[in-house]
Design a protein. Structure first.
Length: 318
């Protein structure tokens, strides 16, 4: 028998995978499954593993990997706006309405399903209400609450926590160390204009380095990911995938900043330092606010600059 598509290594043997494996073996997996978590790449790997087990069975007349299987279909955001349109959704529905070719089931993978516009979401909702026979719909998202509540209520949810680390990006561990050191110098006191100037220069140095790290990490990841993409993807789909990949790396790096801020603050919180507690809470709020603004197309460097300027005011002792 052809070798199975592997589960992501960190998930092997976990309860979630065991439940899914058991449901597939008993032919009891729901017709609509929502896979959500912080790592979109991992969600795609999970969907591929599920699709492989549903499609490549002893009853199948031939075996293919999911990305080339004639009974497996993908729906992705397209264009720079990265939207799933009504037209693309109707096209997918048309594909899953026909009979299978070589497998006992059909599988549709909806990548970043939260990117459906309202018209597409309403069209897709009708399919969830009356699912095609012998079809499994796998919905992937990092933002489940951006979906219509009526869609969420009709799917079986599996959440997969992020198991990766942002420190794998070249230069980022050193960046986090320098960021924490800068916080330490701020908390030690800013007593004169020269101190202020030094801190501001450090701040903009951190912004410039972060931008370079993000660009390098995105470029390297896209080189790897591009080789894995199906050959029949059009330019709009490739642009959407590249943009989504960049957004995922960006979010991971900002999550690293949040963890570094917390790691710096925790020892001070344990000493009942009220000022540190207030600064930490306000800093995380400021970071979350600026990360939220990124979804409104705020420039990354501007968002980080805003956060670090807030940190300068919050942590500096006068």
């Amino acid at each position: 028998m052809t070798e199975r598509v592997a589960w992501p290594p960190p998930l092997v043997g976990t309860p979630a995978v065991a439940v899914i494996e058991n449901a597939i073996a008993r032919q009891r997996l729901s017709h609509s499954v929502l896979l959500h978590g912080d790592d979109l790449t991992m969600l795609v790997q999970i969907a591929q593993a599920i699709a492989d087990r549903l499609l490549n069975t002893p009853e199948s007349s031939a075996h293919f990997t999911p990305d080339s299987h004639p009974d497996c279909f993908d729906l992705r955001p397209t264009g720079k706006m990265r939207q799933i349109t009504a037209e693309n959704t109707r096209e997918l529905i048309g594909k899953v309405q026909v009979s299978t070719h070589i497998a006992p089931r059909k599988v549709a993978i909806i990548h970043e399903c939260d990117r459906m516009n309202l018209a597409a979401a309403n069209i897709f909702l009708k399919t969830l209400e009356e699912p095609p026979a012998h079809t499994t719909l796998l919905l992937l998202t990092t933002r489940p609450y951006a979906l219509l509540p009526t869609i969420r209520s009709r799917v079986l949810l599996f959440r997969f926590p992020s198991v990766g680390t942002t420190t794998e990006h070249v230069g980022f561990p050193a960046w986090l160390t320098d960021y924490q050191a800068w916080l330490g110098r701020l908390a030690a006191g800013v007593t004169n204009k020269r101190d202020v100037a030094d801190h501001v220069f450090t701040l903009y140095g951190l912004v410039a380095r972060f931008d370079a790290i993000l660009e390098a990490a995105t470029s390297e990841a896209w080189k790897t990911e591009k080789d894995k993409l199906p050959a029949d993807l059009d330019d709009d789909e490739q642009v959407a995938i590249e943009t989504g990949l960049a957004n995922g790396i960006r979010q991971a790096l900002f999550a690293g900043i949040e963890h570094a801020t917390r790691a710096y603050a925790v020892p001070r919180l344990r000493t009942s330092d009220a000022a540190a507690q207030s600064a930490h809470t306000a800093a995380i709020t400021a970071l979350e606010h600026n990360v939220g603004l990124l979804r409104l197309n705020l420039n990354v460097a501007t968002a980080l600059e805003n956060f670090l300027l807030s940190s300068l005011r919050l942590w500096a002792k006068r």
